[in-house]
Design a binder for this molecule. Structure first.
Ligand code: ZN
Length: 183
C-alpha cells in the first residue's frame, strides 16, 4: 500500500482515510500541495477575515488547477431556498445518493459524465464537507472550494478541508483518465 499523495509507503504502516484515499501521516499533517505540484497541478489555499459592521467572517478558498480539462462545469451549493430547483436537477442527474438530497447542482456537460463524476466517493466526500459552509465548483480544469463562516474554523479543520479538496482533485483526474481511456 502507498500514500495517494506522496506515493510512498507509510513509515509506521498506518494510513488515514481521507476522501476515500489512503494518506500517510506525513502528508496528513504537513500538507500535500507540493506533491500535487510535482504532478502538474497548481494549488493554492487562502484564508482571510473580513468585517461588515459587527459581523466578522472567516473565509477560506482552496483553488486547484488540474492538469487535465474535464470539459465539465459543476457548481454545488448546500440547499437553502432552492428547493424546487434541486428537484429539477436531481431528476436530470439521477445520482441516487440520499446524502445528496440536500444539495443543489448546476451542471453543464454530458449529464452521464456529471452523474458518474458525482457518484465518485472521493468527490462526494469533498462536496459534502464543503457544502456545509460553502460552495464547490469545477470549471473544466479549475476546482474551487469556498468557505465562509462567522464562527471560524481551526487550523486543523482548515487543513482537513485542504486534504479533502486535494483528494477530490486526484479522483477527478483519475475519473477523467478512465473516461478518456474507455472512449
Ligand atoms: Zn504521503
Amino acid at each position: 500500500m502507498a500514500c495517494a499523495f506522496c506515493g510512498l509507503e507509510s513509515m509506521d504502516g498506518t494510513y488515514a482515510r481521507i476522501a476515500a484515499l489512503d494518506v500517510c501521516e506525513e502528508c496528513r499533517t504537513s500538507g500535500v500541495f507540493h506533491h500535487l505540484r510535482e504532478r502538474g497541478y497548481e494549488a493554492q489555499n487562502r484564508v482571510w477575515v473580513s468585517r461588515s459592521g459587527d459581523i466578522k467572517k472567516q473565509y477560506q478558498r482552496i483553488t486547484i488547477r488540474l492538469p487535465v480539462d474535464t470539459g465539465i462545469r459543476l457548481r454545488c451549493v448546500r440547499e437553502r431556498w432552492y428547493h424546487d430547483l434541486t428537484r429539477l436537477f436531481r431528476r436530470e442527474l439521477e445520482v441516487g445518493d440520499p446524502l445528496f438530497d440536500e444539495y443543489i447542482y448546476v451542471a453543464k456537460g454530458s449529464s452521464a459524465d456529471v452523474a458518474t463524476l458525482l457518484a465518485n466517493e472521493g468527490v462526494q466526500s469533498a462536496i459534502l464537507l464543503v457544502g456545509v459552509q460553502g460552495t464547490f465548483t469545477l470549471t473544466r480544469s479549475l476546482l474551487e472550494a469556498h468557505f465562509a463562516s462567522t464562527v471560524g474554523a481551526s487550523p486543523e479543520e482548515r487543513q482537513a478541508r485542504v486534504l479533502e479538496v486535494a483528494g477530490a482533485a486526484l479522483h477527478i483526474v483519475r475519473w477523467h483518465e478512465e473516461r478518456e481511456g474507455s472512449a
